[in-house]
Write a protein that binds this ligand. Structure first.
Ligand SMILES: *[C@@H]1O[C@H](CO)[C@@H](O)[C@H](O)[C@H]1NC(C)=O
Ligand SMILES: *[C@@H]1O[C@H](CO)[C@@H](O)[C@H](O)[C@H]1NC(C)=O
Ligand SMILES: *[C@@H]1O[C@H](CO)[C@@H](O)[C@H](O)[C@H]1NC(C)=O
Ligand SMILES: *[C@@H]1O[C@H](CO)[C@@H](O)[C@H](O)[C@H]1NC(C)=O
Ligand SMILES: *[C@@H]1O[C@H](CO)[C@@H](O)[C@H](O)[C@H]1NC(C)=O
Ligand SMILES: *[C@@H]1O[C@H](CO)[C@@H](O)[C@H](O)[C@H]1NC(C)=O
Ligand SMILES: *[C@@H]1O[C@H](CO)[C@@H](O)[C@H](O)[C@H]1NC(C)=O
Ligand SMILES: *[C@@H]1O[C@H](CO)[C@@H](O)[C@H](O)[C@H]1NC(C)=O
Ligand SMILES: *[C@@H]1O[C@H](CO)[C@@H](O)[C@H](O)[C@H]1NC(C)=O
Length: 365
């Protein structure tokens, strides 16, 4: 069981070196997050399986993306007409740029006419839906009532400027209001209530948008200009959730040839608001659960700070063990100094896995 270089009796200086060697040996190579021969990145966006560019690279056509050269010469990842800027496997999320800004502007000076456009997003019949946690519906304007239409919802809010207290960064009724996105929505269209039509000379435009809430900060100039639309050029960041299939974990597992949680040390998760599932690496593992052996052990001892504090950290599969430094022993889970009349001398137990706790026992001289 002992690795070469680790003798059963260790002197103080060698102990740490040997434990370090063990944890290095225990760290496997991180496998790629894609099928062999498939694009790992498009521009600077990572493409983890189940997503892929080209049919044989994705789990099924629902997860197929395009990697296209854009006008400015850069490569960008697309799903339909949506640019994808980030994909998270652990969180089951994808960040896209979507044309969800609705607007209406009254051109008083020129044509004295109302021009309008309704923003929308349609991810029906796909593994995606609009995250109700990460996005908000935001309405900008004075005396504006706007709402979203989805299959069974009408959600909106009323924004007014009558109290006049517009403040940068504050969207709570004055010139700006916001509403929560309902759960499980796959279709969005932003509409204005025509009964509230008071766009004026000084306040020509009203907006409604569904977007990532962290990406929005009210600038009071949004209320009396077209700065908001121009700042985003009509398309804004939106966060989507995704799942593998509309089956619960229990049902999905009944067909192992289509069950997507391929990796050892992975587990199945029911989607929060949907009858669907996705996968994640088990606690203590990281990587891609959708790929064979995609989940690899996390070496906690070499992440940021030593999780054992001043104690000795030993990485184990899926976990780690803390043991006392030389000259200390563990009592009630706490390392305390050895009584001074003992000369510290660690004893290593018979098997490798017992190194860490046995290290703390002492040999009386
Ligand atoms: C990307 O390229 C593919 C293949 O040429 C094309 O079908 C698709 O419409 C393009 N998508 C975008 C958003 O340009
Ligand atoms: C949304 O997309 C689905 C599937 O692509 C399509 O069947 C449906 O008509 C679209 N809905 C609207 C309102 O455009
Ligand atoms: C794509 O996703 C939709 C919605 O989850 C599902 O109904 C459809 O069967 C999926 N297609 C494939 C090929 O899995
Ligand atoms: C809103 O008011 C303007 C100016 O009174 C008018 O030209 C426009 O047609 C109205 N729009 C709607 C949708 O009622
Ligand atoms: C608001 O927008 C204007 C015009 O784009 C800009 O000059 C100003 O710095 C912005 N203010 C804040 C607080 O972001
Ligand atoms: C804004 O969007 C339009 C069309 O959607 C595009 O032609 C134009 O290049 C974009 N402008 C910028 C600065 O990105
Ligand atoms: C299991 O999944 C495979 C691959 O998707 C499919 O061909 C097969 O029909 C499924 N079996 C059952 C019993 O649903
Ligand atoms: C998934 O959801 C089903 C149905 O709601 C439930 O019976 C099951 O226990 C859930 N499984 C997990 C792993 O959460
Ligand atoms: C820590 O080490 C002890 C003794 O070697 C062992 O019994 C225990 O399972 C280890 N804990 C973990 C989480 O590996």
């Amino acid at each position: 069981m002992m690795k070469p270089g680790c003798s059963p009796l260790l002197l103080s200086g060698h102990l740490l070196l040997c434990l370090t060697a063990i944890s290095v040996l225990a760290t496997p190579d991180v496998p790629a997050g894609q099928r062999p021969g498939c694009l790992a990145k498009c521009g600077n966006v990572d493409i983890p399986f189940p997503f892929g560019v080209g049919d044989h690279c994705a789990l099924n056509p629902n997860f197929t993306f395009n990697c296209n050269k854009t006008m400015d010469g850069s490569m960008k990842l697309f799903k339909w007409n949506l640019e994808v800027t980030e994909i998270s496997v652990p969180d089951g999320k994808a960040w896209v740029i979507a044309p969800t800004i609705s607007w209406r502007c009254y051109y008083y000076a020129s044509t004295r006419s109302m021009v309008k456009s309704d923003g929308w997003l349609n991810v029906t019949n796909s593994p995606f839906w609009i995250s109700e946690v990460d996005n908000k519906i935001i309405v900008i304007g004075c005396h504006t009532l706007a709402y979203m239409r989805s299959f069974s919802y009408v959600i909106g809010c009323y924004s007014t400027c009558s109290n006049g207290n517009l403040k940068n960064g504050i969207c709570s009724g004055a010139g700006c209001c916001q509403a929560d996105v309902p759960e499980g929505v796959r279709y969005y269209s932003g509409n204005f209530d025509e009964a509230y039509n008071t766009t004026s000379k000084d306040r020509p435009c009203s907006y409604m948008v569904l977007m990532q809430k962290d990406a929005f900060r009210l600038n009071t100039s949004y209320v009396d200009s077209t700065v908001f639309y121009e700042a985003y050029n009509g398309s804004v960041p939106v966060v989507l959730n995704w799942e593998i299939q509309q089956l619960t974990c229990e049902v999905a597992r009944q067909n192992m040839s289509s069950y997507a949680c391929m990796s050892s040390n992975s587990e199945c998760l029911n989607s929060t608001n949907e009858q669907g599932y996705r996968c994640r690496c088990s606690h203590g593992y990281q990587g891609n659960p959708y790929i064979k052996d995609g989940c690899t052990d996390i070496d906690e001892c070499h992440e940021n700070d030593n999780p054992c504090g001043l104690e000795i950290c030993q990485n184990t599969l899926g976990n780690y063990n803390c043991s006392c430094r030389l000259g200390y022993y563990k009592t009630d889970g706490v390392c305390v100094p050895n009584p001074s009349r003992f000369r510290p001398m660690p004893v290593i137990g018979k098997s490798l896995s017992s190194v860490s706790t046995e290290v703390t026992s002492l040999v009386e001289n």
